[in-house]
Design a binder for this molecule. Sequence first.
Ligand SMILES: [Ca+2]
Length: 378
Amino acid sequence: MAGSFIKKMKAGSLAVMAGILLSGAGSCPAVPVMAESAAADTEVPAAVSKDNNNSAVSVNFKRIEDDSNERGEITGISGEGESLWKYVTADYSRTELDRVNDIGVFGGKYYLVEGGTVKALDLRDGSLIWSNDEFEGCAYGSVFREDGTLFLCGYYGPDLFVVDKDGNTLKKIDSFNKDYMWPHKLELLGEQLAITYSGTPSGTEETLYINLSDYSLASGRISDASDSGTEGTAVADSAVENISASSYLEEPQYGLSHGTSNLMDGDLSTAWVESADGSGEGEAFTLKLNGTYKVSGFTIHAGYQKNEDIYAKNSRPEKMTVMFSDGTRQDVELADINGPQKITFGAAVNTSSMRFIIQSVYPGTKYQDTAVSEISLF
Ligand SMILES: [Ca+2]
C-alpha cells in the first residue's frame, strides 16, 4: 500500500471524513473550556449550615479579579441578612484555572480551596479551623460524604484528593489512567465514586468508577435499582455511533481512502489502514457507542482481506489492547488467519466505547501498513 510516492495523512489533520467524526485524543483543546464546570460555585449563596447552633448562617462567595490577580471574599450572613464575618483570601496570579475555589458548607464549616490549599472555616465567626496544603490542585469537582469526608478532584490533577472532617489527608491519587484528563465532577454512588473527565480517549465526556473500599479503579459502575439506560443490554453493531482513529491511509492516486468507515461496511475488500511510520504499533481506532452496553467480545477480520495476495502483502495486528470507557482494558492476541476470528472476553464489560490499540503485528511481505477489514461486536 505504501509506495514512496504515496501520501500519508494523519487523521487529526482532517476535520471530517466520509461523515465519520474524528475524535481522537489529538483533538483535545490546548486551553480547556471551563464553562459550567465549577458546579460547587452555584451552591454556596444558598448553603445553610447543618449545625444546630448556627442553623441560619449562610455564606456568600465572591471572586474578585483584575487584570493579573484574583482573590476570594467570603461573607458569613445571618438569618436576618446581617454580615457576621468576612474572610478574604490571598491574591493569586490569574491562570487559565481559578486559583480560588468555593466548595461549600458542611457540618458547621465552610470549605474553600485557595492556591491549592484546602481550608475549613468556622461558620460562626469565619475563623480558620484547619488548612491542608497537600491537595495542590484547582478544585472543579467536590462532594461530601455523610461523615464529613470531603472528596475533591483537580482539573489538572490530582484526580482524587480525600480529606477527613478534621483536615487529615486520607488519600491522594494523581491519575487513575493517563488517558483520562480534566476531571471536573464527582458523585458518590454507594460504595463507588464516579469521576467525570472531559479529556478522554473517545474525545467526549466519560466517567471512571472508583471503589471506595481501596480506591481501586472499578471495571464499571455497580448496578443498582436506579440505573437507567442501556447498561446490561447486549451490544449490537447498530449501537456504534461513530469510529475515530489515530491515523488512516489515503491513496489519492488510486482514489482510495482507507478510513474508519471501512471497518463496519460489511465489505471485506475495504479496510481501515493506519498510516503512521513503521508497522503501526500504538495506532488505534475507537468505536463510540450510543449508550452503555454489555459487550462480550468481538469478531474481527484482521488484515486486508480483499484476497490472499493483498492479505499477505500488508501487516496484520497480532496483539491488541482493547480499552473500555471505564479505563479498564483487555489484552488479546489474534491469529494470523485470512478470515474471521471471534474473541470472547473473560467477563462481559459494560462500556460506552472501545478503543482497539495495535501492540504488535504480523509483518506484511511488501508493505508495513497494518490493516483491519471488518469488526463486529457481540
Ligand atoms: Ca470493510
